[in-house]
Design a protein around this ligand. Structure first.
Ligand SMILES: [Mg+2]
Length: 328
């Protein structure tokens, strides 16, 4: 995220500040949270993908791009623990995407929505210099179960789902190689076709054990910093406990890149990052594995202070907001 983008977000945040009837949480979390009825809330999120910034049609098949455009929004509903329900799609179209390509995009878009029982309820199209897709997603859930970024407590364990850095490594491979060897297919898939953790988000929120939660879209260093800032705490990450796959390490060697940087500062993991009271995480992790077959890892803890710190080999350095900038 560039400094001008951050400045714009703070302008929007100041304009969006204030209270309105039924508004529970405005800007500053994965979704806005609005009163629905009784003990239910409405979740609202929006995200935009721009050709040449967020995707490259040279290597991104339109079908998978359609899936991803929905997935990144589904991930924000998952981040609160919610159930996605309705989608709106605004598409800015150009000749860069053929009629057939657009059809494939829509097939992928609707395919993943169906997998999550989400209905496309409207949208808009315009002509533009390059293809751009903006999606708004609405979801709902029990008011008492919503997991906010601001809810981390001092001493909490910090956990993440899945493996880190896979999508960022996949993007690097696509950018730097004409033909990526088959052994890296899992990394390419993580970049092209991420799987939002909707079932996991619901399970974690319903467990009642999770304090703060968000999804990883801009890299661990930046996203964990959001939880720290929102909760008024610092975080200490144990460098030895980052979940890194063997394939990721091999890709690092192939490209001459320190693979761990993909995990810390790469973007688009779309895994869930959450905190639980000390001593509670292991039992929850066992239940997650039993119920959903998803591996989760404890990577650190919440401490007094501010900022995200990485500890390894007895050294501690601050890594807050060293996030991912879209740079295709
Ligand atoms: Mg998010």
């Amino acid at each position: 995220m560039s400094s001008s983008e951050l400045a714009f977000i703070s302008t929007v945040a100041s304009l969006a500040a204030g209270q309105a009837p039924g508004l529970i949480k405005g800007i500053g979390d994965d979704c806005a949270v609005l009163e629905k009825n009784g003990d239910q809330v409405l979740l609202v999120t929006t995200d935009t993908l721009v050709s040449g910034v967020h995707f490259n049609l040279q290597w991104h098949p339109p079908h998978l791009l359609g899936r991803k455009a929905a997935a990144v929004n589904l991930s924000d509903i998952a981040a609160m623990g919610g159930v996605p329900r309705y989608a709106l799609l605004s598409a800015a179209l150009s000749s860069e995407l053929s009629e057939q390509g657009l059809q494939e995009f829509m097939n992928g878009f609707v395919e993943i929505l169906r997998e999550h029982d989400v209905v496309l309820v409207g949208g808009d199209t315009v002509a533009a210099p390059c293809p751009t897709f903006s999606i708004t997603l609405l979801g709902d859930m029990a008011k008492a179960q919503v997991c906010y970024r601001a809810a981390a407590r001092e001493g909490d364990e910090v956990w993440v789902s899945g493996m880190l850095g896979e999508a960022a490594a996949g993007l690097s491979l696509c950018e730097q190689m004409d033909k990526v060897p088959e052994q890296y297919a899992s990394l390419i898939q993580a970049h092209l076709n991420p799987h939002p953790r909707v079932a996991l988000g619901r399970f974690l929120a319903a467990s009642g054990d999770v304090h703060a939660m968000m999804d990883l879209s801009d890299g661990l260093a930046t996203d964990l910093a959001h939880i720290c800032t929102a909760s008024g705490l610092a975080a200490l990450v144990d460098g030895q406990r980052l979940p890194l796959s063997a394939t990721l390490m091999q890709a690092g060697e192939l490209l001459g890149y320190e693979a761990r940087q993909w995990a810390l500062c790469g973007g688009e993991d779309y895994e869930l990052l959450y905190t639980v009271a000390p001593g509670e995480g292991q039992d929850l992790a066992r239940r997650v594995m039993e119920e959903l077959g998803i591996e989760v890892s404890c990577i650190g803890r919440m401490t007094p202070g501010e900022g995200v710190f990485l500890e390894e080999d007895g050294l501690k350095r601050q890594i807050s907001y060293q996030g991912y900038e879209h740079h295709l």
